[in-house]
Design a protein around this ligand. Sequence first.
Ligand code: EPU
Length: 429
Amino acid sequence: MSTSVDPSSSETNLVVVGGARLEGTIRVGGAKNSALKLMAATLLAEGTYRLANVPRITDVALMSDLLRATGASVHWDESGPDAVLVIDIPAVIEPVAPYELVEQFRASIVVLGPMLARCGEARVALPGGDDFGPRPIDMHVRGLSELGVEFETSHGYIHASAPNLRGARVLLEFPSVGATENLLMAAVRAKGATVIDNAAREPEIADLCELLNKMGAKIEGSGSSTLLVEGVEELHCADHTVIPDRIEAATYLAALGIAGGEVTVEGARHAHMAMLCQKLGEMGMRISPDADGIWAFAGGRLRSSDCSTLPYPGLATDFKPFLVALLATAEGVGIVTENLFSGRFRYVDELRRMGADIRTDSHHAVVRGVERLSGAPVKAHDIRAGAALVIAALAADGETVVSEAHHVARGYDDIAAKLRGLGADVRLA
Ligand code: EPU
């Protein structure tokens, strides 16, 4: 498969016929939100990188195109049992992230840090991405400014320059994932030590620290909210295997909660999603880690529970659409509170079209479970919202057509085939 994006995918629908119990084993892929940052990190040093367990999703194709725009070459090596993404970074890169790519996926902003570290300057188009409210980058800018970066914005581009990056103490106002990553990737080449306080603790950040340390960086405190970075003069290329995608794994656990059955999510790491597993347990599912991943069982209708999103290790905002879908058919009333993003409830209108009883008020959703949803034509507004509609449809009467399924392909490698492997009736059309 090429890593280029197929423009015709925007016309794709996911068609789901509800009613089947889920049985069997489903394998989770590599984490999108790790792979994209690891790919950005390769810009830090010349050489050939081999990244294993990279998911074959649209956002990875877009990031590949973004690396190519800097002068890199990117291809899949399919000679082994599992394809490996091979990235060749030349001795000189062009530190530019063009609008045509950046406007398609917000994660592209994480090339800013490595470009600055490598070239002392960067020109990055202002990001677009998911359709859920304003998503500023003020914390990235403020933190990088502490490291000596100067910013100018004109014609839709950020022009950043830092001929002499220097270490500093940065206290983040909020543990932003993207800001932590940009700061890390700039600080590894800064002169002197950097301390990032109130850093994000997501497993994807620990994965990035691991690759950076393999490349010669000196980072301590990985996985904690204080990261200590001792800047180094030189970095070198390295190989890495991407951690499993906890959000994809959560999608399948929630699918099981909705449809009922018994499933092993192979490759999933319980430790990366302990809070979600606890919540699903409260709702009546049986979940336990096993040697291959996570085993789970859902016998009957689940009980409602209140849920509140928080930075890691709290309940991830990305799990929220799945929880709302679960509560839509659970017994009782559950209140879901979003604490990270504004405007992340658009899929609720779509669930209502399927018969869900949900009221939203600012960042709260009150979900009164109904016995059954009914299949309907609905629209995916972003990756997780689209996946939530697919899993809600698993227990709906009749057929659901989820349009604009290209959003789902941004984060899932053939969700239809994977769910079919568990006995669900899901197809692309
Ligand atoms: N924020 C600011 N200013 C900033 C940066 C962030 O106000 O400079 C705010 C955001 O608007 C948001 C909150 O802080 O309200 C958290 O944003 P964060 O920076 O942590 O998120 P992100 O890096 O933009 C990543 C994931 C998201 C995930 C969030 C939260 C990637 C590519 N994206 O986004 O994942 O929801 O962290 O965990 O890693 C997805 O996978 O579908 C997805 C959207």
